[in-house]
Design a protein around this ligand. Structure first.
Ligand SMILES: [Zn+2]
Length: 84
């Protein structure tokens, strides 16, 4: 879930300049094979994100992944570096 706070209009509060990222809670089973968490899908924000235990990264929920959404690491090499 997300909350939108309207700011800087008539009778509205000032835009904040000290907002900190929220902590995410992960409960990891002692085996390291199972975990649960309270991080929402960054796409739909209504389902739980999917935690990849092998790298610790969160992916969108399964439904959003079925629609093509993914967290990817971009190949930052120059085009000519990819040829070598
Ligand atoms: Zn989703």
């Amino acid at each position: 879930m997300q909350h939108i706070h309207y700011c800087n209009g008539p009778d509205l509060p000032d835009f904040p300049d000290d907002v900190q990222p929220k902590d995410v809670n992960i409960w990891l089973h002692d085996s390291g094979m199972v975990a649960t968490h309270d991080y929402a899908c960054p796409v739909c924000r209504s389902e739980s994100a999917v935690l990849s235990l092998h790298n610790g990264l969160f992916q969108p929920c399964w439904e959003c992944q079925d629609k093509g959404y993914r967290l990817i690491k971009k190949d930052q090499r120059k085009w000519w570096q990819k040829l070598l």
